[in-house]
Design a protein around this ligand. Sequence first.
Ligand code: PHE
Ligand code: FE
Length: 289
Amino acid sequence: MSDFTHVHETPPEGAAEDWTIPQAWESYTDVEHQTWVTLYERQMKILPGRAADVFLKGLEALDLHGSGIPDFREMNQKLEALTGWTVVCVPGLVPDEVFFDHLANRRFPSGQFIRKPDQLDYLQEPDIFHDVFGHVPMLTDPTFADYMEAYGKGGQRAASLGMLPNLARLYWYTVEFGLMETPEGLRIYGAGIVSSSTESKFSLEDPSPNRLGFDLERVMRTLYRIDDFQQVYFVIPSIEQLREVTLQDFGPVYENLKGAEDLPIDAILPSDKVFTRGTQAYAARGGRF
Ligand code: PHE
Ligand code: FE
């Protein structure tokens, strides 16, 4: 997950100029590998019929189960052959410009550590399970792979125009918390959802959240929450169409956004395509799972 907030400006001890660190796969303990297996098996009971096919196929293609935490040397050979992407390790959240530079060069920055066995469900900083299990399968899809590279380049531009808060919402509501429409019904492709056993169910089945059709400017005006389940999910018709609308020059889009107000998290506009008009009951009773 990344909401583009960070603390450090220079790489910490032991990290390279681009903030990468070695994965040091040999240094993971048996307990850490077991944590991966536990999380993986839990998600695989939940995701068939909920996650998008493209995500499930990506997991297969990368053979991410194995006997524990994937060794990036092996995983990257498969991923690079498919879409030219690789995964690199970083010590935690990195500065925006470092993050965008990696994406723009088809490198996905992943946390190196894995969560402790007593915090399987809630995490403040993204760990290797969120980053790899959640994000990397989608990078096997050529269209999504292009979108992510374009996002990195778009991030560099948005930063220079002071539009980062708006662009961050696009990432949030697609890459992290996106849903897509399929002939079989709504499916999850967002990494923040597929890597969470509770939100995998909540995002699709709970009557609380709104589920609205994706609209670029609308999404970029919508606030989001980083501390609890989302109150709104946006549904794309397909990855191809997501790529199409984000291919356009955002210059005029940013001009429009400057004159538009931010939208509350639970707003429903007359122009919205409504899949679910949520009750917002979960948020109203205070949330937090
Ligand atoms: N088309 C966007 C621009 O002109 C770049 C971008 C592409 C941003 C994909 C996000 C995702 O700035
Ligand atoms: Fe993420």
